[in-house]
Design a protein around this ligand. Structure first.
Ligand code: NAD
Length: 480
C-alpha cells in the first residue's frame, strides 16, 4: 500500500512484492461516493510475470501439509484480529449493511479454518482390483496431488468469503494461486493478501492481478500455463471462461433465480415470512446468488403468508450501511439499481402488482414485493440480483415442482413442509445442486458441498470438495 494525497494505493502482487506501476482504477465508497482507494491495473506483462512466478514457486518452494494447515489457521486468527478494518472496508466498497459484512468476516474465518483442517487429510482410496480374475497379485490405490497453478476470478458481492473459498482450499491442496478480484470491490481481498503474507504464506503462493475482466481477466484465462480455473460470477462470463479454457479443469459458481416453496402444512408461517424477507432483502441487499427471489406459497396459506411477508419487508430499515440499525444498504452501482428498477417497472406494465417497495433513493432500492407475476417476466425467469421477491400461489404439488424447475438455473431451492413424502419428492425431482428442507434457498454453511447445475455452474465448493477439484487423482497399480 502507498499513500498519496490521503488516497490509499494498492498494487499488484508478484512473488510477495507489491508493484505500483501503470494505470490506476478508482474504487469508491458505494454509499458516499468518496474515493477510497486506487488500484493499479495489471497489464499483460504483469499477468505474465504473476503466472510465471506461480509456476516457478510451485516447482521450487515445497510447503508440507502441516505448514499449509498452520498458515491457514493463522490466517483465520489474523482475520479475527483485523475484523474491524475488514468490516469497515467491506461496508465502504460493497455498500452492504455492517451486520451483513460482519457475518461475511465470520464466514471467511470459518472457510480458512475448515481449509486448515482439510489440508491435513487429503487422501486417495484403496481400489480392490484383486477382486477381478487375473488381478490376484495386484494391489491398487489412488493418491491426490496438487494441480499446480490455480487461476481464481471472484465477484464483487461477497469479495472476502468468495475469495477465501478459492484461496483456502488451493493452498490447503499445495497449489499456487493467481487471483483476480472484482475491479469494483478489490480492497478487502488485497488486505487479505497482506494478512496471508503475515500469516507466513511463502512469497509466490498467492499472486494478485487487478483489473477489468475483459482485459486482465482475459489475459489470465488465455494463459495456457494455468492448470485449473475457478470462477464465481455471472453465467455470461462463466460460459466465456469455459469456452476459452478448453481442456482444463474449470469450476464455475454462477447465478440463480432462487426459489423457495412454502407448503400448506409448513409450521410457523410468521417466522418463515420473516426469514424469507431477511434472506431475500438483507443478505447482500439481495445481491446474492441464493437470495430468495421466487416464493411459491400454497393457496390455502397464501393470504396469511403474503400479509406477514409484506409486513416483514416494510419493517426493514434502508439507509447508511455503516449504521448498525440499517438492514439494507445500497446496491453496487447506479447501473445496477436502474436495471432492477426497470425490471420491476416492466413487470408492473405487464400486469404484476406492486405490494411494497418499487422505490429507489440514490442507489438504495427498497425491499420490493411483487404478486400476479408470470413466467415471462424478467423478475421471475432471470436472476434479479437485487432486493425484489415475487410471491406466487400454487395449488398442486405437481404444478409447483414443475414451476420451480422451469428455470435456466439450478443452484439451490428451499422447501418448507412437514410432509416427508413431499420433501423427498422435491429432493428427487427438483433440478438443483442443493435442496434445503425447512429453510430458504439462501442457506449455506461453508463446509457443505455447494454448487449448481444447468446455467448455475460446474463443480462444488466447500473446502473438502474444492480440494477434490484442485487435485489430480492418480491411480497406482502394483504388480507384486
Ligand atoms: P461478473 O461475472 O460480472 O464478474 C465476476 C468476475 O469476473 C470479476 O472479477 C470480473 O472482472 C471478471 N470478468 C468479467 N469478464 C471477464 C472476462 N472476459 N474474462 C475473465 N474475467 C472476467 O459478476 P459480478 O457482477 O461481479 O457478480 C455477480 C454475479 O456473480 C451474479 O450473476 C451472481 O449470481 C454471481 N455469483 C455467484 C455465486 C455462487 O457462489 N454461485 C456467488 C456470488 C455471486
Amino acid at each position: 500500500m502507498q499513500m498519496t494525497n490521503k488516497v490509499q494505493e494498492y498494487g499488484n502482487t508478484v512473488d510477495g512484492v507489491e508493484i505500483f506501476k501503470g494505470e490506476k482504477i478508482p474504487v469508491y465508497n458505494k454509499y458516499t461516493n468518496e474515493l477510497i482507494g486506487e488500484v493499479y491495473k495489471a497489464d499483460q506483462g504483469v499477468v505474465n510475470d504473476a503466472v510465471s512466478n506461480a509456476v516457478n514457486t510451485f516447482t521450487k518452494v515445497k510447503l508440507p501439509p502441516v505448514d499449509r494447515s498452520e498458515i491457514l489457521l493463522q490466517t483465520a486468527k489474523l482475520l479475527e484480529e483485523n475484523r474491524e478494518e475488514l468490516v469497515r472496508t467491506l461496508v465502504q466498497e460493497v455498500g452492504r449493511a455492517i451486520n451483513d459484512c460482519n457475518t461475511e468476516v465470520d464466514r471467511a474465518i470459518n472457510t480458512f479454518t475448515i481449509s486448515a483442517e482439510e489440508a491435513k487429510r487429503i487422501s486417495g482410496h484403496g481400489v480392490p482390483i484383486e477382486g477381478q480374475k487375473g488381478n490376484e497379485n495386484r494391489f491398487s490405490f489412488t493418491v491426490r496431488t496438487p494441480v499446480g497453478v490455480v487461476g481464481a476470478i471472484t465477484p464483487f458481492n461477497m469479495p472476502l468469503n468468495l475469495s477465501a473459498h478459492k484461496i483456502g482450499p488451493a493452498i490447503a491442496a499445495g497449489n499456487t494461486v493467481v487471483l483476480k478480484p472484482s475491479e469494483i470491490a478489490p480492497i478487502t481481498v488485497l488486505k487479505l493478501v497482506k494478512i496471508m503474507k503475515e500469516a507466513g504464506l511463502p512469497d509466490g503462493y498467492l499472486n494478485v492481478v487487478n483489473g477489468f475482466g475483459s482485459e486482465t481477466g482475459q489475459y489470465l484465462i488465455e494463459d495456457e500455463r494455468i492448470n485449473k480455473f475457478t470462477f464465481t460470477g455471472s453465467a455470461r462470463v462463466g460460459k466465456l471462461i469455459k469456452n476459452t479454457t478448453g481442456i482444463k479443469k474449470v469450476s464455475l459458481e454462477l447465478g440463480n433465480n432462487s426459489p423457495t416453496i412454502v407448503h400448506k402444512d409448513a409450521a410457523e408461517i410468521k417466522n418463515i415470512a420473516k426469514l424469507a424477507a431477511q434472506r431475500g432483502f438483507i443478505t447482500a441487499n439481495g445481491q446474492a446468488c441464493i437470495a430468495v427471489q421466487r416464493l411459491y406459497v400454497h393457496k390455502e396459506i397464501y393470504d396469511e403468508f403474503l400479509s406477514e411477508f409484506i409486513q416483514s419487508a416494510k419493517s426493514l430499515k434502508v439507509g447508511n450501511p455503516a449504521d448498525p440499525q440499517t438492514d439494507i444498504g445500497v446496491m453496487i452501482s447506479e447501473k445496477e439499481v436502474a436495471r432492477v428498477d426497470n425490471w420491476v417497472r416492466e413487470a408492473i406494465k405487464n400486469g404484476a402488482k406492486l405490494e411494497c417497495g418499487g422505490k429507489r433513493e440514490g442507489t438504495a432500492y427498497y425491499p420490493t414485493v411483487l404478486t400476479n407475476v408470470n413466467q415471462d417476466m424478467k423478475v421471475v425467469c432471470e436472476e434479479v440480483f437485487g432486493p425484489v421477491v415475487s410471491v406466487i400461489p400454487y395449488e398442486s404439488i405437481d404444478a409447483v415442482l414443475q414451476e420451480v424447475n422451469n428455470s435456466d438455473y439450478g443452484l439451490q431451492a428451499g422447501i418448507f413442509t412437514t410432509n416427508l413424502n413431499f420433501a423427498m419428492r422435491a429432493v428427487r425431482e427438483l433440478e438443483f445442486g442443493g435442496i434445503i428442507i425447512n429453510d430458504v434457498s439462501t442457506f449455506r454453511t461453508d463446509a457443505m458441498p455447494y454448487g449448481g447445475i444447468k446455467n448455475s455452474g460446474l463443480g462444488k465448493e466447500g473446502p473438502k470438495y474444492t480440494i477434490e477439484e484442485m487435485t489430480n487423482e492418480k491411480v497406482i497399480v502394483m504388480n507384486l
